[in-house]
Design a protein around this ligand. Structure first.
Ligand code: HEC
Ligand code: HEC
Length: 153
């Protein structure tokens, strides 16, 4: 089966889940400070992709952000945290476990992407699952619509 057929099938399978989660417009929440500060090293990941507890933990440790220093003044950080919490995922989280900081490690992400061929994650043009824009050509605008996916070939 070629990749196009595969994508059509995945599309059909996930159409119902996309609807259940509120559709693509749910990724459009934006805030100028978030866009500027959190979009300077990678795309500004949509608030909707992690629960409030994760954003809170992340914003509390920006000086040690995945091996880099992403700290900012406290007023800006507070505004960004409020924005992220307001628009966070409402999916249930296990309160007993540590908040998840990586979108790419959530069950949601892994099941949404389980049809992506393993070799693609290792492709030098992708490098890491966190590099959303390698496949989602409009990720920059919070658009993850399946029609705007181009897999590196
Ligand atoms: C100084 C650069 C820098 C800034 C500024 C920055 N980040 Fe990051 N961020 C990184 C790096 C580096 C990684 C790890 C990327 C990887 O593993 O491929 C990362 C990873 C992440 C991830 C995990 C992605 C995944 O699922 O694997 C999230 C979520 C994230 N950042 C959110 C934020 C938020 C929110 C802000 C703004 C408050 C922010 N980042 C600002 C550098 C930055
Ligand atoms: C290696 C390519 C690749 C990377 C990198 C990637 N994705 Fe995807 N993504 C896909 C494919 C393929 C699908 C399945 C398309 C479908 O459902 O038809 C998908 C589906 C999705 C969907 C569901 C779209 C829909 O309309 O149902 C979302 C949301 C999404 N990805 C977000 C992300 C985010 C956020 C990142 C980065 C943290 C990311 N993706 C990284 C390839 C990728």
């Amino acid at each position: 089966m070629n990749i196009k057929t595969l994508l059509v099938i995945i599309g059909l399978l996930t159409a119902s889940t996309a609807q259940a989660s509120g559709g693509n417009e749910s990724f459009s929440a934006t805030n100028p400070k978030w866009k500027a500060e959190c979009g300077s090293c990678h795309i500004a990941y949509p608030a909707r992709l992690l629960p409030a507890s994760s954003w809170k933990a992340m914003m509390g440790g920006l000086d040690k952000h995945f091996g880099t220093d992403a700290s900012m003044d406290t007023a800006t950080a507070a505004e960004i945290l409020a924005f992220l919490e307001k628009n966070a995922s409402r999916r249930k989280v296990e309160t007993s476990t540590k908040p998840q900081l990586r979108i790419t490690e959530t069950r949601w992400f892994q099941s949404e992407h389980d049809e992506v061929p393993a070799r693609l994650w290792k492709d030098p043009r992708v490098k890491t699952g966190a590099n959303c824009a390698a496949c989602h050509t409009k990720a920059e605008n919070g658009d993850f619509n399946e029609h705007n996916i181009r897999l590196p070939r």
